[in-house]
Ligand binder design. Sequence first.
Ligand SMILES: C=C1C[C@]23C[C@H]1CC[C@H]2[C@]1(C)CCC[C@@](C)(C(=O)O)[C@H]1[C@@H]3C(=O)O
Ligand code: AKG
Ligand code: FE2
Length: 355
Amino acid sequence: MESRLLWSELEVLPHVPTNFIWPKEYLVDAEEELQVPVVDLHGFLRGDDEATQHAVKLISEACLNYGFFQVINHGVDPHLIREAYEQMDTFFKLPFQRKLSVHKAPGSMWGYSGAHADRFSSKLPWKETLSFPYHDNTLEPVVTNYFKSTIGEDFEQAGMTFQKYCRGMKELGVKLTELLAISLGVDRLHYRELFEDGCSIMRCNYYPSCQQPNLTLGTGPHCDPTSITILYQDQVGGLDVFADNKWQTVPPRLDALVVNIGDTFMALSNGRYKSCVHRAVVNKYKERRSLAFFLCPKEDKVVGPSEDIVRMDGTKQYPDFTWSDLLQFTQKYYRADQATLPHFTKWLLSSKTDY
Ligand SMILES: C=C1C[C@]23C[C@H]1CC[C@H]2[C@]1(C)CCC[C@@](C)(C(=O)O)[C@H]1[C@@H]3C(=O)O
Ligand SMILES: O=C(O)CCC(=O)C(=O)O
Ligand SMILES: [Fe+2]
């Protein structure tokens, strides 16, 4: 609670409060830059077969290795991305009390969180987040309405921007599932139904500057429990991936979005595609912002690899589950980290009793 009340002053504190200090083994610096493949989506989005095959090849290689790639010419208007990035700032620069009025309710995924201090008491992340749901709804603009009714009428414009941003990211995410399907040797539209009606998670991350950046983390090491993450990171840099047994940075690229495979897609691919451990570090001089769109399956649909994939692989790596179960596991029983999927599997097999 104390850290919540002090949050607005944290960035000027000369010392990181104890509950924000991460154990030494988490704080090993990144050694080099990760060569994240850049996939140009222009031809694929226009229906060009040759370009599609090329994109499939790059994506397949990337996902078999680290599960991280970048996309350019992705079809989401760069002006819209810029606008969303600026609108996010308008929110995080609000007086602390106003942000608190949008605070996540216990057990809910949605709203403002200062360092997750209401959920955890140690290894607190040096960040503030705003999370809200997105699902396609032809009758009402769910995000615009969320902003207006939760944050306030003065955030209608921001809501409209994020409504468009989420629609663009969802469309891109669903298109990416086509490339992933082709690359896995299943029907191009195999995953469409699973994702089209799903409720995705939009999260704005604000990482204040930190006087002692070597003691804490903006987001601790984890694999995303979700299916596909589409991340816009600003030019400050701070996203690290654990690849080849060392931390490596993903240098920001103005025209690119970073895409990564999450645990749910790893299970859908029968473990072929990797949900790789990553984190966000903080910076002594610069604050950093990122926008993460987490594509999620329809809550109650069974998540499991296609029969074709299991037949080709000879074994099934994970028990079937629903996204609703995995989401509940991360919000109620287990703090998402680098081992969420094995722990979740154990929990499922123990009839959801342990933890
Ligand atoms: C289902 C989710 C749980 C988290 C938000 C979404 C996707 C990513 C997860 C998270 C970011 C992984 C790192 C730890 C976490 C607690 C965080 O730092 O925010 C995770 C999210 C969460 O549980 O809120
Ligand atoms: O901010 C970033 O660069 C990464 C954040 C992240 O990994 C997450 O929110 O899941
Ligand atoms: Fe992540």
